[in-house]
Design a binder for this molecule. Structure first.
Ligand SMILES: C[S@@+](CC[C@H](N)C(=O)[O-])C[C@H]1O[C@@H](n2cnc3c(N)ncnc32)[C@H](O)[C@@H]1O
Length: 280
């Protein structure tokens, strides 16, 4: 089932994060404008495709771990263009009755959602077309298949660096008076039952500040500007939550035993933070 706005309009004149990410992952659901920008990013940091695969692998490891802990409900916001195995395939591979709701604001993700998001008959997969800033509406629509009185794993993987701090005019992504990334996350976490989990990965400039700044400047011409955050700002997303071992780590370091190593990962310089935490 897909809950959505009608007939998505796909803007091929400006690069979009979902399509660039698809291009970095070697996918076919992108346009020349995305590839052109992707190539400019690679000229600054050639390891982005490896980092993207490592991020995707983090999603799979975290999902596998959560399902093995008994989590049966997943809300994934900023899903991206389907890239097999997707979150629902990993979760239902462990627990066929797992219920998943995906959400993204990019119409190209919606365009691929119905064709690719196929549930195991014992579980369910739904899709909500929405912006993470409309968090109350997302939860309301997700409630058609998820029971928010029971634990839910909320994942915002490689999403929040596309959301500004709010209340700043002209930061590219946030209008004046709009909620910032931290406010959005705490609002979502407030709606979750005890025993729920928050799963995040996020780009940082902590390890390579110059490259991050150059890449950030490039993204200004796209549809979503980039907001790398320092470790302390990443930690703040988890206020009131309890980190799962190993706490905050970088790509590839979160329970590597739960997945495959990504070829080339031993040569990359860290570029982000990942963590999973539980709501007590
Ligand atoms: C880098 S991709 C990550 C995809 C997937 N979560 C993963 O890690 O493999 C970021 C995704 O976030 C989506 N996104 C960006 N800003 C968003 C927003 N404000 N609301 C909802 N989705 C957003 C993009 O369309 C894109 O699909």
């Amino acid at each position: 089932m897909t809950e959505s706005a009608p007939s998505p309009y796909i803007d091929t004149t400006r690069p979009h994060p979902a399509r660039m990410y698809d291009w970095f992952l070697g996918g076919k659901d992108n346009y020349p404008v995305d590839e052109e920008m992707g190539r400019k990013v690679l000229a600054i940091e050639p390891n982005v495709p490896v980092l993207a695969r490592m991020n995707r692998e983090f999603m799979r490891r975290a999902t596998r771990w959560l399902a093995s802990q008994g989590v049966r409900q997943f809300l994934d916001i900023g899903t991206g263009i389907p890239t097999s195995p997707n979150l629902h395939q990993v979760a239902q591979g462990v627990a066929p009755d797992a219920r998943i709701v995906y959400c993204d604001n990019d119409p190209i993700v919606l365009a691929h959602a119905e064709a690719l998001l196929r549930s195991h008959p014992e579980g369910s997969v739904d899709y909500v077309q929405a912006d993470v800033r409309d968090s109350a509406a997302i939860v309301e629509r997700a409630s058609k298949s998820l029971d928010f009185s029971k634990p839910v794993a909320l994942s915002l993987i490689a999403l929040l660096h596309f959301v500004g701090d709010g209340n700043r005019v002209g930061d590219g992504n946030s209008a004046a008076g709009e909620a910032g990334a931290h406010e959005i996350v705490s609002g979502l976490v407030d709606l979750l039952a005890p025993g729920s989990y928050l799963v995040l990965s996020h780009v940082t400039a902590d390890f390579q500040p110059e490259k991050a700044e150059q890449v950030g400047s490039l993204y200004q011409s796209g549809t979503a500007s980039l907001h790398p955050r320092p470790r302390a700002e990443f930690v703040r997303f988890f206020d009131g939550l309890e980190f799962v071992e190993p706490g905050i780590v970088s790509e590839g370091e979160w329970h590597p035993e739960l997945g495959e190593a990504v070829p080339g990962e031993e040569n990359v310089v860290k570029a982000g933070y990942s963590a999973v935490a539980r709501k007590p």
